[in-house]
Ligand binder design. Structure first.
Ligand SMILES: *[C@@H]1O[C@H](CO)[C@@H](O)[C@H](O)[C@H]1NC(C)=O
Ligand SMILES: *[C@@H]1O[C@H](CO)[C@@H](O)[C@H](O)[C@H]1NC(C)=O
Ligand SMILES: *[C@@H]1O[C@H](CO)[C@@H](O)[C@H](O)[C@H]1NC(C)=O
Ligand SMILES: *[C@@H]1O[C@H](CO)[C@@H](O)[C@H](O)[C@H]1NC(C)=O
Ligand SMILES: *[C@@H]1O[C@H](CO)[C@@H](O)[C@H](O)[C@H]1NC(C)=O
Ligand SMILES: *[C@@H]1O[C@H](CO)[C@@H](O)[C@H](O)[C@H]1NC(C)=O
Ligand SMILES: *[C@@H]1O[C@H](CO)[C@@H](O)[C@H](O)[C@H]1NC(C)=O
Length: 493
């Protein structure tokens, strides 16, 4: 491992290793005999065979505020789960309790495990409402919608959750991803899932709760997209072919039309690529940085992925460690960034070069340092750019600078667990002219609470190598786990 001495970023390490073991790097689109993508939508015309439970079938459904405020206790689930815990009821011969001979399939076992997890989470949520001194989290409990339920859900995930990673597809587009620059969270997740020593990956697809399609949209753009054409067809063809291959070769996709499958992309065009297959778009779990709910992002089934800027593959040393609590912050709010998208022009128009307390730049002059400004500001403005997500949000969290979210229709990461209002400020785009007034009006004690929230939430946004409990990798997985808990496969209903 000579390489590790020069670069401790294991994305790099993995790449070296991958390049050695893979004698041929194939740049072509996933090979598939008949790959006409136009036929794919017509061939998949069967109705969904599962449904997100609602109405009177809501017994299996935990609302997407899942581990949130109002988990109703549900006796049906709990007693059904308890029944399966009783070995007597597991016997295929106990037809006496069931109308027809019952064979517990692998799928049913998985579903029964999930039912037990739901029951335990609900029970914990209910108990914690009665007993507020439950101390799953000693500090920063305000940052969670329901700390005890989240903690329980996380434990259940660690106990049970199994992810199958498809082995189909060739390097470099599949099984690898970017580990530098703005789309790093894509590569870091794919590589952690492929090569990390995490307990969640299973090699037995039949024992998996979800199936991961480990292609990288960023690398599709690099190898398949023709620059300046704005034509995303090659990306769509790739995902379409990928789904065709795995759905022909394995029974899993067809069982739920992809509902227990997920893809992950931080690239702006992740959503475009997912349009290659209508079920991938509408039914599968899409883990995306571009989580724009007015562009088809569906927070009930999709997962918002944090965007992280790693210039050289690592977090800048300036913000790698939490700043000291007494770190002085002479500036009220800071922003520097290009005129991208609809919101930043408004910010720059009103604040660029206007106010000494609010250093706002379009391009930061060379002699000034971006992270030093973040460390010296009380608030960091995080307006959407070309897309809703901004790496500034995570950088601000690292720098202990309270993020000011300026966006429309952005589904914030991990928001079914986290109370963003406990560590960030949301300012409506129409209030940008009043920004200073709004931030000045936040009383000192409230600001201190936001700061405490920030330091408590930091660990959930950190990328560790190897991944550690409750860090970003695990929070992403937990979001997927919550989506998976939301439905049952049709066969067992
Ligand atoms: C259970 O049923 C199977 C066939 O369905 C039978 O072979 C087996 O003997 C039965 N076991 C008992 C304990 O009745
Ligand atoms: C509340 O929870 C705490 C911590 O788990 C426990 O020590 C205490 O006994 C509980 N109180 C009641 C009334 O259950
Ligand atoms: C899944 O469905 C597609 C389209 O109906 C079909 O072509 C494919 O063979 C099916 N896969 C399996 C494993 O049966
Ligand atoms: C998603 O479903 C809607 C409604 O059925 C359909 O109109 C749309 O074309 C689907 N999206 C994609 C990308 O296939
Ligand atoms: C997008 O945001 C606007 C206001 O910011 C809101 O009126 C609209 O309902 C949102 N659309 C979706 C799909 O969430
Ligand atoms: C902050 O606290 C540390 C240790 O408590 C101390 O060494 C340092 O001088 C303080 N810095 C400021 C700016 O007060
Ligand atoms: C989100 O989607 C809407 C609808 O397509 C679009 O108008 C808006 O500009 C998008 N937001 C960003 C920041 O790109």
């Amino acid at each position: 491992m000579m390489t590790t001495t020069t670069n401790n970023n294991s994305c790099f390490r993995w790449f070296v290793w991958l390049a050695v073991i893979s004698s041929s790097i194939i740049f072509l689109v996933f090979s598939m005999a008949a790959s006409s993508s136009s036929s794919s939508s017509s061939s998949i015309s069967a109705p969904f065979r599962f449904s997100f439970m609602s109405g009177n079938t809501a017994r299996y459904f935990i609302p997407s505020s899942a581990v949130g405020r109002n988990l109703q206790t549900n006796n049906a689930v709990i007693s059904a789960a308890a029944k399966y815990d009783d070995p007597h009821h597991r016997s295929p011969n106990s037809s006496h309790d069931f109308p027809s001979p019952i064979v517990i399939t692998e799928e049913e076992k998985l579903e029964n495990g999930l039912a037990r997890a739901r029951a335990v989470i609900k029970k914990t949520a209910a108990a914690s409402r009665r007993n507020f001194s439950m101390t799953a989290f000693s500090g920063g409990r305000d940052i969670y919608r329901n700390p005890a339920a989240f903690f329980q859900s996380y434990i259940e995930m660690e106990k049970r959750f199994k992810v199958h990673v498809y082995e189909e597809g060739e390097l470099p587009i599949v099984h690898y991803g970017p580990c530098k620059n703005i789309y790093s969270s894509e590569g870091r997740f794919i590589l952690e899932m492929e090569h990390g020593s995490n307990r969640f990956r299973t090699r037995d697809p039949y024992s998996a709760h979800v199936h991961f399609m480990p292609f990288s949209v960023t690398l599709m753009v690099k190898y398949l997209y023709k620059p300046n054409t704005y034509d995303v067809t090659p990306l769509k063809d790739f995902t379409s072919d990928y789904v065709k291959v795995i759905s022909t070769k394995y029974p899993f996709w067809n069982r739920t039309q992809g509902a227990d499958h997920f893809m992950l992309s931080c690239h702006d065009w992740g959503p475009h690529a997912s349009m290659g297959n209508p079920y991938l778009y509408n039914t599968s779990i899409r883990v995306l940085c571009n989580a724009n709910s007015s562009e088809g992002f569906n927070p009930r089934k999709d997962v918002s992925l944090p965007e992280v800027q790693l210039y050289d593959g690592n977090i800048s040393p300036k913000i790698r460690n939490p700043p000291p609590a007494n770190n002085s912050r002479p500036f009220l709010a800071f922003f520097a960034g290009g005129l991208h998208g609809p919101i930043r022009p408004i910010v720059l128009q009103h604040w660029k070069g206007r106010d000494r307390d609010l250093p706002v730049y379009e391009y930061l002059p060379k002699h000034l340092d971006y992270y030093t400004f973040m460390l010296q500001s009380k608030f960091c403005l995080c307006p959407s750019g070309y897309e809703v997500a901004s790496p500034r949000v995570v950088e601000a969290i690292y720098a202990g600078c309270v993020p000011v979210i300026l966006s429309k229709n952005y589904s914030l990461p991990f928001s079914d667990v986290l109370r963003w209002e406990a560590f960030s400020v949301n300012v409506d785009v129409s209030d940008i002219p009043r920004l200073k007034e709004i931030l000045m009006a936040i009383p000192e004690n409230e600001y201190m609470k936001l700061k405490e929230g920030l330091s408590a939430v930091r660990k959930h946004f950190v990328l560790n190598q190897p991944a550690q409990r409750f860090d970003m990798f695990h929070m992403i997985l937990h979001s997927i786990w919550l989506r998976r808990l939301n439905f049952r496969l049709s066969q067992t209903v």
